[in-house]
Write a protein that binds this ligand. Structure first.
Ligand code: GRG
Length: 300
């Protein structure tokens, strides 16, 4: 695989996902319509890196899947991620005015509209998951299992719980164990779910599922450590969101706890552990290895 292969996969994921996001956005612009519909379409139309869809795609292929219908499952994960960004930027959370190079949804519209739009995206994601599973011809048992994985990762045991702890921890010194718990839940859980969903969409091989889940758990944490580093080292233009926000909010991060070099070492260690998990499970995927490398070396 060429060094640019992560970009190639991200572009493929973007193409597949963006077509479906645009179609959802069109429908939501019609119904509910009005400002709510416009805000939903605005949020879905922002240009992210599409790392989570790429992970669904790569995990699906690593598990032997070949059907283009996987795009629906990848889009469902991206919609949950999109909702989390809309709410994360609200004044009651991280209070940011820029995201993906554009004004955040509550700045473009207003706080009540952005709050409603965020909540409304969760059932839209579940609908997309069901549509994707149907397109892949998956049975209801498999869909149920996939729904549980996506919603558990999004909920109190995953992303919502992690964000909750993160908000409570603002202005407080944290130990590494507490930080790992927050990062694994706030960011890692959805990334881990993306890999698990790719595996389950391809088949019911439990060992494959366990291996790709273990891979996802490691790169999920590596992804948030890299995010901590980028917040401290990249520019607002590179990130498309306000740089240096963690310091402003007095958040404990890998950088504040371990320093930049220590954080870099930990990100690499977890990316390598992701590769070890693949090897231990006998899963050969140059693409997943390349994505693990990309996740810790990216500049945005
Ligand atoms: C009710 C407490 C409560 C929470 C609601 C808002 C929320 C749920 C959770 C926040 C989760 C979150 C935004 C975590 C940060 C994840 C992260 C590193 C986002 C940036 O991801 P990228 O770099 O962004 O993939 P793009 O824009 O490229 O998609």
């Amino acid at each position: 695989m060429s060094p640019d292969s992560a970009e190639v996969l991200l572009t493929e994921a973007r193409t597949l996902t963006d077509a479906r996001l645009a179609s959802r956005a069109d429908r939501l612009r019609q119904s509910p319509g009005g400002q709510d519909g416009a805000a939903l379409a605005y949020a879905l139309g922002t240009a992210g890196k599409r790392v989570r869809p790429a992970l669904v795609l790569a995990s699906y292929r690593a598990a032997g899947g070949r059907d283009a219908g996987i795009a629906g499952i990848a889009t469902a994960v991206e919609i949950v991620h999109t909702y989390s960004l809309v709410h994360d930027d609200l004044p009651c959370m991280d209070d940011d005015d820029q995201r993906r190079g554009r004004p955040t949804t509550h700045v473009q519209f207003d706080v009540p509209i952005a709050t409603r739009a965020g909540f409304a995206l969760v059932p839209v994601a579940v609908e997309e998951l069901a549509d994707g599973a149907e397109e892949l011809g998956l049975d209801s048992g498999r869909l149920g299992r996939m729904g549980r994985i996506l919603l558990e990762a999004s909920g109190i045991r995953g992303m919502v719980g992690g964000q909750w702890l993160d908000l409570e921890a603002e202005g407080r010194d944290l130990g590494l164990a507490e930080l790992v718990e927050i990062h694994r839940r706030k960011t890692g859980a959805l990334i881990e779910a993306a890999c698990a969903l790719g595996a389950l969409a391809a088949g019911d091989d439990e060992s494959m599922l366990a291996t790709l889940t273990a891979y996802g758990r490691e790169i999920g944490l590596a992804f948030q450590i890299a995010d901590d580093l980028l917040d401290a080292t990249a520019t607002t233009e590179e990130l498309g969101k306000t740089a240096g926000r963690d310091a402003t909010l007095a958040k404990a991060t890998y950088v504040s706890v371990l320093g930049q070099d220590g954080a870099r070492r930990e990100a690499l260690r977890h990316a390598q552990a992701a590769g070890t998990a693949l090897e231990a499970g006998g899963v050969q995927s140059e693409t997943l290895l390349t994505l693990a490398g990309y996740i810790v070396k990216r500049r945005s």
